[in-house]
Design a protein around this ligand. Structure first.
Ligand SMILES: [Zn+2]
Length: 66
């Protein structure tokens, strides 16, 4: 099981939000995100992937010196 937000691998109950092994969120994201608000989580996930994508694309779009 991996955290739906940050992708952290969760193996033991302590890794899961609220110690609930059925949770889609890790304990870290649960404390930072308002997981009871679906909209907030959704936006957070989008922001997370956008930032990740931007960092990747920025890296790949570096000028190629030949
Ligand atoms: Zn997480």
């Amino acid at each position: 099981m991996e955290c739906y937000v940050c992708g952290m691998t969760m193996t033991k109950p302590d890794d899961f939000a609220n110690g609930d092994t059925h949770s889609n969120y890790c304990v870290y994201c649960a404390s930072e995100q308002k997981i009871k608000s679906g909209g907030t989580v959704r936006e957070s996930i989008i922001q997370f992937w956008l930032s990740r994508y931007e960092s990747v694309s920025n890296h790949e779009s570096e000028p190629i010196s030949t």
